[in-house]
Design a binder for this molecule. Structure first.
Ligand code: GLV
Length: 309
């Protein structure tokens, strides 16, 4: 079995060593632009170039080295019937839960005020967090965000979600369908976007959505930059519809130096680090799936090409 590793990672050998140890019978090959055709069976990919599919028409499946497959599905050269498997959690949900809890506690526990107070040697307790005043709403609740939702609910924040198909999670109010979106937004003060990027969801974080949130709401975007209408966010922050935004993903990454988000006083930004792909966990998940396929078993995590995730 020949398997290609196709990724912009500058140190692919770190992956190959682990992959070879986990599945020594396979021949692991790092793909690069000058590599002649290999007649490979499978490829592990992150943002692969289109030439891959011209040179390797015999691929039986792709394993995406991340959760989001939007960049992959945008490639016109991607064969229509080629099965694609995305990462399912693989250590990402714990990282995401931690990131979201941290960003939320920053806001609800007045941490920026305490940092300022320390500078001025002021000993003063701010009003305690009244959790019922901070209802949290997840836009999309898949593998990556369910742990965060459960954690925040355990910490007694009101938590709800809106998703394409209704979710059954104890104590988490689930909204679905377009007609339930207004009620979901009305009952959300911290809106967390974890939707997959598809033609239907692109640009969904826009003025019409922001104005349906209660005044002084907070937007946290850990989905994709293309979900956000950037100008609408700036207007919502200026008008007070939103009191703050936490952004981990951007339409252009790295965020260009002259971008107004960098220095905006109401924006906290991080460089797409909320839930990075973890090597050991990813290698274990993908090689387990390859072993299952070799035994003729079916595996989970296949992307529905029609839905786009
Ligand atoms: C990260 O953004 C991912 O899709 O895994």
């Amino acid at each position: 079995m020949k398997i290609l590793f196709v990724s912009p990672d500058p140190k692919p050998q770190r992956w190959i060593t682990l992959l070879q140890a986990a599945l020594p019978d396979a021949q692991w090959i790092v793909w690069h632009a000058d590599l002649p055709p290999q007649q490979a069976d499978y490829a592990l990919v992150w943002q692969p170039p289109a030439e891959l599919f011209e040179r390797e028409p015999g691929l039986k499946a792709l394993f995406n080295l991340g959760a989001g497959v939007d960049a992959l599905l945008r490639l016109p050269a991607l064969p229509r019937t080629l099965p694609i498997y995305r990462l399912e959690d693989a250590g990402m949900s714990a990282q995401m839960a931690e990131y979201l809890l941290h960003q939320i506690a920053e806001i609800t526990r007045s941490m920026p005020v305490y940092r300022q107070q320390q500078q001025q040697q002021i000993w003063k307790m701010q009003p305690p967090c009244r959790r019922h005043e901070w209802p949290i709403g997840f836009l999309g609740l898949g593998h990556i965000s369910q742990k965060a939702a459960r954690l925040l609910q355990l910490l007694e924040y009101p938590v709800s979600c809106w998703s394409r198909s209704p979710k059954q999670l104890d104590g988490i109010h689930s909204y679905s369908d377009d007609n339930e979106l207004p009620a979901f937004l009305k009952n959300t003060r911290i809106l967390i976007n974890t939707l997959p990027l598809t033609p239907e969801t692109a640009g969904c974080l826009n003025q019409s959505l922001f104005t349906q949130l209660p005044p002084n709401s907070v937007l946290i975007n850990v989905g994709r930059g293309q979900h956000l209408q950037e100008q609408d966010l700036l207007s919502a922050l200026d008008s007070g519809t939103l009191q703050q935004a936490v952004l981990d993903v951007f339409a252009t990454e790295p965020l260009p130096a002259e971008h107004p988000f960098w220095k905006h006083p109401k924006i906290t930004l991080t460089p797409h680090m909320s839930a990075p792909t973890l090597r050991e966990e990813t290698v274990r998940q993908i090689t387990d799936k390859l072993k299952a396929l070799a035994q003729g078993l079916t595996i989970t995590g296949e992307v529905d090409r029609q839905r786009g995730y």
